[in-house]
Ligand binder design. Structure first.
Ligand code: NAD
Length: 362
């Protein structure tokens, strides 16, 4: 009998209304009956903070931990020290930075995620958010539904509305999501598509979307009208966008970050948007999650009162994505039980080593 602990977000009444909200505490990734039939124990909770939380109580004897980036159970080195039986961490989704991967390596704990499961979902959200900011959608919409500016003021909305056509758009990270974002930008006839990534795209692949690699971050930032962040969070990307690097952005640039909140310094970005140096910021990730009630991105607006396209962490958890990452989670656990090798693309760390090249240059 194996003890499996799953830390998921609570779905409440919405999980009952929509049974395909699989990533919730209530619907348990659709694996509860299967685990029970095989005689295993499953503990599911959303209670994840502090020493008395279900997470910290049950991690002590769990062999498999399932977490999700949408409501991350932060598996720090200290918490891992208490996890005497832990062998496998499965991320139901993509992005395992909420686990101390170096500490997992030292303990030879395997960390796997369901690679690719929600990359289209996120790329679509990135495109939506870019358009939302560049076309000044939220303030215009607020006129209609909230009566802002007397309920109809074309000039107030149009003064900050631009076309995406003929703008320079660049992605930090040109992996599964970053490349899909570039693909989806092609029909918008941007002036140029750029990418910044230590792993160059194969020439033919870059050519297909007409993307040019810029190797120096400052040069890259200085050329972009829109910067979208699509790399994992690791030692080399934590706080990458801060007061100093913000100086290199073009005045009036827009920034979209659906990667991880901690890649961007929250206060520095809020200051840059409030001053108008950055015209707008959008995305769906913050650190920590859930976002604090007084997080600076909740009250961050540009001098004209717009420039905020934040949502809760929803881009990668569309219903379509949930079905894919629920099935993928089950497959990873089945392979573990049956002693079958994991799909190589799903492995982040294994046997004391990084199995993925995306979590920093080592
Ligand atoms: P991927 O592994 O396919 O691609 C990541 C790319 O980032 C790689 O090409 C890698 O070389 C590059 N990279 C790593 N460090 C870099 C650095 N310092 N500078 C520039 N590039 C760097 O991963 P993916 O599937 O595209 O996902 C990327 C990230 O997006 C995930 O790690 C996760 O944090 C985030 N994500 C968010 C959601 C969401 O719901 N908001 C969903 C899925 C993934």
């Amino acid at each position: 009998m194996v003890k499996v602990l799953a830390i998921l977000y609570s779905g409440g009444e919405f999980a009952k209304q929509q049974p395909r909200l699989l990533g919730t505490v209530e619907n348990k990734l659709g694996i509860a009956d299967w685990l029970k039939e095989h005689g295993h124990e499953l503990v599911v909770s959303d209670d994840k903070e502090g020493p008395n939380s279900d997470f910290q109580k049950h991690i002590k004897d769990a062999e498999i931990l399932i977490t999700t980036p949408f409501h991350p159970g932060y598996l720090s080195r200290e918490v891992m020290d208490t996890a005497k039986n832990l062998k496998l961490c499965v991320t139901a989704g993509v992005g395992s930075d909420h686990i101390d991967l170096n500490a997992a390596n030292e303990r030879k704990i395997t960390v796997a995620e369901v690679s690719g499961s929600n990359v289209v979902s996120v790329a679509e959200h990135v495109l939506m958010t870019i358009l939302n900011l560049v076309r000044n959608f939220v303030p215009a919409h607020d006129q209609i539904t909230r009566g802002e500016f007397g309920g109809w003021n074309v000039a107030a909305a149009a003064r900050d509305t631009y076309d995406l056509e003929n703008k320079v758009v660049g992605t930090i990270g040109a992996g599964r999501i970053g490349y899909r974002v570039l693909q989806r930008l092609v029909p918008f006839d941007c002036k140029e598509l750029l990418y910044y990534d230590y792993a160059p795209l194969p020439e033919e692949v870059a050519k297909k979307v007409g993307a040019r690699r810029v190797e120096d971050l400052k040069e890259f930032l200085g050329q972009c009208d829109v910067v979208t962040i699509n790399c994992p969070l690791h030692e080399g990307t934590r706080n990458l966008i801060n007061k100093e690097t913000l100086q290199y952005f073009k005045k009036g640039a827009w920034v979209v970050n659906t990667a991880r909140g901690a890649i961007v310094n929250a206060q520095d970005m809020a200051d840059a948007v409030k001053s108008g140096h950055i015209s707008g910021y959008g995305g769906d990730v913050s650190f920590p999650q859930p976002m604090a009630k007084d997080h600076p991105w909740r009250t961050m607006f540009n001098p004209n009162g717009g420039g905020n396209a934040m949502t809760p962490h929803v881009s990668g958890t569309s219903i379509d994505a949930q079905i894919r990452y629920a099935n993928g989670t089950k497959d990873i656990i089945r392979r573990y039980f049956e002693g079958e090798a994991q799909e190589p693309q799903n492995l982040i760390v294994e046997g004391g080593q990084y199995a993925s090249k995306a979590y920093g240059q080592r």
